[in-house]
Design a protein around this ligand. Structure first.
Ligand SMILES: Nc1nc2c(ncn2[C@@H]2O[C@H](COP(=O)(O)OP(=O)(O)OP(=O)(O)O)[C@@H](O)[C@H]2O)c(=O)[nH]1
Length: 306
């Protein structure tokens, strides 16, 4: 009983992106969804690959709409990089909106994208039939049926960005598929670098592997900086500090002749590369922060807020 009411009150927050062939109305749809409540943050990409287009804030949820560079460009669509682009996009967002216009027959391009999306089961895909103001009821009905035959979508929603029709329904459907999470952005500002936090988690996981029993809760990781290497658009420098509580733990983490740390670094790097879809140089340093778990100041610095 108590469980039901508390879970119903949970806040949801996460990322969505829209894909589809050119001119299907993705940009117009994103702008209409974000609407008057636009809270466009800086236009500077949050990472090397992902720019925030807008944020839909509701009392119980926050939907962050991100760009998927390359995905909607036919040049890359047909290129060899498509699979890895789609894959990395799928790992970055919580839900995908696949756009098909109501007033044009489904073509090769739509089918191609639908197949790619369907092949990866992890991220739910909501199909969006766009530009419904340009189609008759019969056309819309026929298009919904045609889209349902393309793949097994989580939902299929007809909308019009022009008239605003059913944008709220689409918003509901996307938000329903976000994880329970506190807001990621407050007042249009980034409160947290979600990616930096994720990257820190990957490093911590790699460091704990094999020594979980010895160091159960004694490792914290802070990613200090993630910046694209100057002059390279395919390499990200990640600077991270790993904190342990005692020098003896530092010795465990580093291992004989540094072998363990090297292994942790290389495993973490591979995971980060898979997450972000870019090459990564990982600079990982170990520090002893004495009794950090009991020191509120240290805890705050390590990202554990009250
Ligand atoms: N009538 C009508 N026109 C729309 C609607 N949505 C988009 N359009 C028009 O369709 C054209 C393409 O829209 P965009 O939003 O630029 O499409 P896109 O998918 O982002 O295009 P790319 O950037 O090329 O991938 C524009 O001329 C829009 O004004 C809609 O709901 N109704």
């Amino acid at each position: 009983m108590g469980d039901v009411s508390s879970s119903a009150a949970e806040f949801r927050a996460g990322f969505a992106c829209f894909v589809g062939r050119p001119n299907v109305g993705k940009s117009t749809l994103m702008n209409a969804l974000v609407g008057a409540k636009v809270a466009i943050t800086s236009s500077k990409p949050q990472t090397t690959r992902r720019a925030i287009r807008g944020i839909v804030n509701r009392p119980d949820s926050q939907l962050v709409i991100v760009d998927t560079p390359g995905l909607h460009r036919p040049r890359t669509l047909l290129g060899e990089r498509l699979d890895s682009l789609v894959l990395s996009t799928l790992t970055e967002v919580d839900v995908i909106g696949f756009c098909v216009p109501a007033n044009e027959p489904i073509g090769k391009g739509d089918r191609f994208i639908a197949e790619k999306l369907a092949a990866v089961k992890k991220t739910p895909v909501v199909a969006v039939v766009t530009k419904c103001d340009l189609a008759t009821h019969e056309q819309i009905a026929a298009q919904l049926l045609a889209v349902s035959r393309l793949a097994d979508f989580a939902a299929i929603i007809p909308v019009s960005a022009e008239s605003g029709d059913r944008l709220d329904v689409l918003g509901d459907q996307l938000i329903e598929r976000l994880p329970e999470s506190p807001p990621l952005y407050v007042g249009g500002e980034l409160t947290d670098e979600p990616e930096q936090v994720l990257v820190g988690e990957l490093i911590r996981e790699a460091a704990l592997e094999g020594v979980r029993d010895e160091l159960p809760h004694s490792i914290a990781v802070v990613v200090e900086e993630m910046t694209p290497r100057e002059g390279r658009d395919d390499l990200l420098d990640v600077y991270a500090h790993m904190f342990v509580e005692r020098p003896s733990q530092k010795a465990i983490v580093i291992g004989p002749k540094g072998a363990r740390l090297k292994d942790v670094g290389s495993r973490a790097r591979k995971q980060i590369e898979a997450l972000l879809g870019t090459h990564v140089y990982l600079d990982l340093r170990i520090k002893v922060a004495k009794d950090w778990q009991r020191d509120p100041k240290q805890l705050r610095r390590l990202g554990f807020y009250d």
